[in-house]
Design a protein around this ligand. Structure first.
Ligand code: NAD
Length: 319
C-alpha cells in the first residue's frame, strides 16, 4: 500500500485529493492549519499544525511516506491576492512552507513530490487584452507575474527544480488555472470568482448581482474532478517540467455570470462595478503540452461543472 502525505489537506483541492487517494487505496496523512470546512477528512491521520514550524514538518514527513503532495499555501481570490494588503504574509508563509518541506524530505531521504503552482506565474504583459493567445508553458520567462502570489509560485517552482538538480528529487509541478467546484470556500474574502458568483446568484431574490470590472475580462475555469485527475496522471508520469492543468474553454466574466444566472432559473441582472483588485485582462490555458505528454487533457464543459457547483452552494445557503 502506497503512503502519501497531503500538505494543505484541509483546503479545497487538498481535501478532494485525499478522497481520491483513499479511493485508490493509498494510506494518507493530511496536514493543515485546519480540518476541511465542509466534510470530514478521509485521511488515515490528520495533523493540525503550521508547516512554517519545522517541528510540525518533522511530524508530517516521516520515512514511511512514499509521495508528498504539496498544496499548502496562503491562497485566495482577487480580494485576497490582488489588493496588496496580504503580500508579505503570502510570500513569507508560502515560501517558508516550501523551503521547510524540501529541507526535511532531503534530510530523511524522500524525494517524490508534487507541487501546486499557478497560472499566476505567467507574465502580465502577455495578458493585457481579452483575447491574447492562450498561455503555454514556455511563455513563463522572462518572468513578470502581476502579483506577489505569482512571484512566490515562480520562485518555488525554481526551488523544486533546484532540489531536482542538486539532490536528485523527483518533482512534478502543475500550473493550475482557476479550479472550482463543490466544497470550495464561497464567502469570507478568500473565495474565487466562480464561487463568489454562485453565492451572489444563490442569495439574490431578483436584485442585480455585482460583477467586478466591465465584465469583458476573460478566464478559463477547471472543475475540481478534472484537476484531481490531472494531478494523479501527472504524478504517475515522468514529466518533471511545469505543466498547465487548466481548461482551454475561455469565457468573459459577464457571460460566465449569465451562465450561472440561467442555471439558477432566476431573473437577475448584472451590475458591473469598478474595483482595483481585478487581475489580468485575459487568460487562457494552452493544453498542447499536456495533450502531447499525457495523451489527456480536461474536456468537460464549463457549464456541467458550474451547474454542480451552483447547486451545491445554493443548497448550502438556502437548504
Ligand atoms: P486552499 O486555501 O483551499 O488550500 C490551501 C490550504 O493550505 C488551506 O487549507 C490552508 O489552511 C493551508 N495552509 C496555508 N498555510 C499553511 C501552513 N503554514 N501550514 C499548514 N497549512 C497551511 O486553496 P486551494 O484552492 O485548495 O489551493 C491548493 C493549492 O493550489 C495552493 O497551493 C494554491 O496556491 C494552488 N492553486 C490553486 C488554484 C485554484 O484555483 N484553487 C489555482 C492555482 C494554484
Amino acid at each position: 500500500m502506497k503512503k502519501a502525505l497531503v500538505c494543505g489537506a484541509g483546503g479545497f483541492i487538498g481535501s478532494h485529493l485525499v478522497k481520491r487517494l483513499k479511493d485508490e487505496n493509498y494510506w494518507v496523512r493530511g496536514v493543515d492549519l485546519k480540518y476541511p470546512l465542509f466534510s470530514d477528512s478521509r485521511a488515515n491521520e490528520f495533523i493540525i499544525g503550521d508547516l512554517t514550524d519545522m517541528n510540525i514538518v518533522k511530524k508530517a514527513i516521516t520515512n514511511e511516506i512514499d509521495e508528498v503532495y504539496q498544496l499548502a499555501a496562503d491562497m485566495g481570490g482577487a480580494d485576497f491576492i490582488f489588493t496588496g494588503e496580504n503580500d508579505a504574509d503570502i510570500m513569507n508563509n508560502s515560501a517558508t512552507v516550501n523551503l521547510n518541506i524540501l529541507r526535511m524530505m532531503n534530510d530523511i531521504g524522500i524525494n517524490k513530490i508534487f507541487y501546486s503552482s499557478s497560472a499566476c506565474i505567467y507574465p502580465e504583459n502577455l495578458q493585457l487584452e481579452v483575447d491574447m493567445p492562450a498561455l503555454s508553458e514556455d511563455m513563463a520567462y522572462p518572468g513578470n507575474p502581476d502579483s506577489e502570489y505569482g512571484w512566490e509560485k515562480l520562485f518555488s517552482e525554481r526551488l523544486y527544480k533546484a532540489y531536482e538538480k542538486n539532490h536528485s528529487f523527483n518533482v512534478r509541478i502543475a500550473r493550475f488555472h482557476n479550479i472550482f467546484g463543490p466544497e470550495g470556500v464561497y464567502q469570507g474574502g478568500r473565495e474565487k470568482a466562480p464561487a463568489a458568483l454562485c453565492r451572489k446568484v444563490a442569495m439574490s431574490n431578483g436584485e442585480d448581482i455585482e460583477v467586478y470590472g466591465d465584465g469583458y475580462q476573460t478566464r478559463s475555469f477547471l472543475y475540481i474532478d478534472e484537476c484531481i485527475e490531472g494531478i494523479r496522471r501527472l504524478m504517475d508520469s515522468s514529466i518533471n517540467d511545469p505543466i498547465n492543468i487548466g481548461s482551454d474553454e475561455c469565457i468573459s466574466i459577464n457571460d460566465f455570470a449569465n451562465m450561472i444566472i440561467s442555471i439558477s432559473k432566476k431573473s437577475i441582472g448584472i451590475q458591473n462595478i469598478e474595483v482595483k483588485q481585478l487581475g489580468v485582462r485575459g487568460r487562457n490555458s494552452d493544453n498542447t503540452l499536456i495533450r502531447d505528454k499525457l495523451g489527456w487533457s480536461p474536456m468537460q464543459s464549463l457549464e456541467v461543472g458550474i451547474k454542480k457547483t451552483y447547486e451545491w452552494i445554493d443548497k448550502d445557503i438556502n437548504g
